[in-house]
Design a binder for this molecule. Structure first.
Ligand code: KET
Length: 440
């Protein structure tokens, strides 16, 4: 890293910390280690994470009717976490294979996993793969893939501004800021129509400086559940390419939007088909239910095969001092499933079943609110796509639902539909009804 990069990163960090001193606390103590007080006396208690903190609060609640609709994690009709049958089968195969060892993986991870991950998102017949234009590195789930991509960009890309949608997943801003990039937002969601602010997207990307990075949700936008149509994607693509912006896809929900892996990859494939460069962060947390295994991949599609190999050599320099090399187990599960025709087929069915159950929950919740004649138009519940419904409930209404009904969700009014079941829909509908009729 050259000294100007170091300076820039330090100054970004100090600006970031200065901005969050009151909120998150960064008071630095200068007490001597020999004193009676802790050298960390000045450390201020930080607030819980806006999403993962919801689970912390939920776990503390002794109520038998409590319901966690905060974090985007799939639950069965019985409200239990789900380990996919194909994952169990793959794990059995791995455990029974005595030739498997626990050696370190290479810095870039498991080679098979990387190839198969690129194929999954770009398509088996992708010209970018056939032309060796893609470099893929195994990372720590979606978050780690975004972070490695961000670190690479901060070191090697001339534009340091990234545009993220407003709103977006709460961690995006922090990941890119801490990597040393400047984060700006583009308009995305229109609260009035509860749909896409398409004009806003085009205007804001149209006035971004040439070369700026643009973060795009490949499908099932979090938290809004609002995706561009195929025609809108095409116009967004043209705008991005005409301004030489650099697309960075976050693909955390492939298969969860439509139930089809190929359909949910269409946005990414459109951008790869035009021959331009792009970044893709993939996560297997949701679509294979491998949340805690932390399996994901960063792919960078380059103009030439030679650039791709040079980019990969630099990615290694990013990864080695961060965590050296990624974990072996989760990536072995994924590659076992992706390379076996039968397991792959079974996975697509299990994935479709998860996506379908979420869609059924949408219908049930919509019907339950209609039956209660809850004031307002709730059709967005069935229109929105993916794991979440962006309800439109305000912070006060959310607080009311938590204190009176023990329903836990993020304060922006997002609920994880994957956490609902037929048994709990009436309780949620009662809570929403009470909150919109008593809290303004
Ligand atoms: N991108 C998006 C858009 C996203 O919603 C998540 C997780 C991630 C990346 C990262 O997932 P990973 O587990 O690192 O592969 N979202 C859910 C969980 C979380 O906040 O960590 C959520 O929004 O509830």
């Amino acid at each position: 890293m050259n000294s100007s990069t170091v300076d820039r990163r330090l100054s970004t960090l100090s600006r970031h910390l200065a901005g969050t001193i009151d909120k998150e606390g960064s008071g630095i103590s200068c007490s001597p280690t020999s004193g009676a007080d802790s050298v960390f006396t000045n450390v201020v208690r930080a607030p819980e994470d806006p999403i993962l903190g919801v689970t912390v609060a939920y776990n503390k609640d002794p109520s038998p009717v409590k319901l966690n609709l905060g974090v985007g994690a799939y639950r069965t009709e019985e409200g239990k976490p789900l380990v996919l049958n194909v994952v169990r089968q793959a794990e059995k195969l791995l455990v029974n294979d005595r030739s498997r060892v626990k050696e370190y993986l290479p810095i870039v991870g498991l080679a098979d996993f990387n190839k198969l991950s690129a194929k999954l998102i770009l398509g088996a017949d992708s010209p970018a793969i056939l032309g060796n234009l893609v470099t893929t590195v195994q990372c720590l789930s979606g978050t780690g893939s975004l972070r490695v991509g961000a670190e690479f960009l901060a070191r090697h890309y001339y534009q340091r501004t990234i545009y993220i949608p407003n709103p977006t997943w709460g961690n995006h801003g922090k990941i890119f800021t801490l990597a040393g990039l400047t984060v700006k937002t583009y308009r995305y969601y229109d609260p009035v129509t509860r749909g896409l602010n398409f004009q806003g997207v085009l205007e804001d990307l149209g006035s971004a400086p040439s070369g700026a990075i643009v973060l795009l949700h490949a499908c099932a936008h979090n938290p809004t559940g609002v995706d561009p149509t195929r025609e809108q994607w095409e116009q967004i693509r043209r705008m991005i390419r005409s301004k030489s912006l650099l697309p960075f896809f976050d693909s955390a929900y492939q298969g969860f939007a439509s139930g089809s892996l190929d359909e949910d990859a269409q946005s990414v494939r459109m951008f790869v088909a035009d021959g331009g460069e792009c970044f893709i962060a993939q996560s297997y947390a949701k679509n294979m239910g491998l949340y805690g295994e932390r399996v994901g991949a960063l792919s960078i599609v380059c103009r030439t095969a030679d650039v791709a190999t040079r980019v990969e050599s630099q990615l290694k320099l990013v990864i080695r001092p961060m965590y050296s090399n990624p974990p072996i187990h989760g990536a072995s599960i994924v590659s076992t499933i992706l390379k076996d025709r039968n397991l792959y087929q079974e996975w697509t069915l299990e994935l479709k079943a998860m996506a379908d159950r979420i869609i059924t929950m949408r219908k049930q919740l919509f019907d339950a609110l209609r039956a209660r004649e809850t004031p307002g138009d709730w059709s967005h519940i069935i229109k929105q796509i993916g794991m979440f419904t962006f309800t439109g409930l305000n912070t006060k209404q959310v607080t009311f639902m938590t204190t009176e009904y023990h329903i836990y969700m993020t304060s922006d009014g997002r609920i994880s539909m994957a956490g609902l079941s037929s048994r709990t829909v009436p309780h949620l509908a009662d809570a929403i009804h009470a909150s919109v009729t008593t809290v303004v």
